[in-house]
Write a protein of this length. Structure first.
Length: 190
């Protein structure tokens, strides 16, 4: 069983913000592959399905970003999912807009959602798909991540939609090292 987690904040006011890029691309993948509808459980929206011969749960925690780990832990325990079978999709301030980076494990790198997941599941041994949102040094970080993308930024993100969908399709077919080799070398959205 695989657990694919998209990070974000619940509520319409956050829907198009930089911090919600995990929700955005999880929804895109589920919609494009017509995988079904989300249901609510353990303060998260989830979809349990079989795709490419793999049992998967797609999850959007509804606990706000800084408490995402509580929801992830409940799903892990209930469905008996191992940390190495988790992929978390999230925003990254240190990557240029639209750039992606796959990571097998490691620290939170200052991301509060990842920090809370590590704290709750007591390990850094889970996979991440980081999607760049850039950084505006003139703006407070909290205000920046909770702001909406500009029209120009939206165009750039739309241009990588198919790459993200292809990457997630490949996630179910390729060893993770091969996946990283295939996608981490590309400067996407440029």
């Amino acid at each position: 069983m695989k657990l694919i987690v998209g990070l974000g904040n619940p509520g319409k006011e956050y829907a198009k913000t930089r911090h919600n890029i995990g929700f955005r691309y999880l929804d895109l993948f589920v919609m494009q592959n017509k995988l079904g509808n989300f249901k609510e459980k353990f303060n998260g929206l989830y979809l349990k399905t079989t795709y490419q011969n793999t049992d998967i749960i797609f999850l959007k925690p509804l606990s706000y970003m800084n408490l995402s780990g509580e929801v992830v832990k409940k799903f892990m325990n209930y469905f008996k999912i191992l940390p190495e079978d988790i992929l978390v999709i999230h925003d990254d301030l240190d990557l240029s807009l639209g750039r992606i980076k796959l990571k097998e494990n490691g620290s939170a790198g200052g991301h509060n959602g990842i920090k809370n997941i590590i704290s709750n599941i007591q390990t850094e041994e889970f996979k991440r798909l980081k999607i760049g949102i850039s950084k505006d040094i003139k703006m407070d970080t909290k205000d920046y991540v909770l702001a909406a993308f500009s029209l120009e930024e939206e165009k750039k993100l739309t241009s990588i939609n198919s790459i993200i969908v292809n990457l997630l399709n490949d996630y179910f077919k390729l060893p993770f090292n091969d996946l990283m080799s295939k996608y981490n070398r590309r400067d996407l959205g440029e």
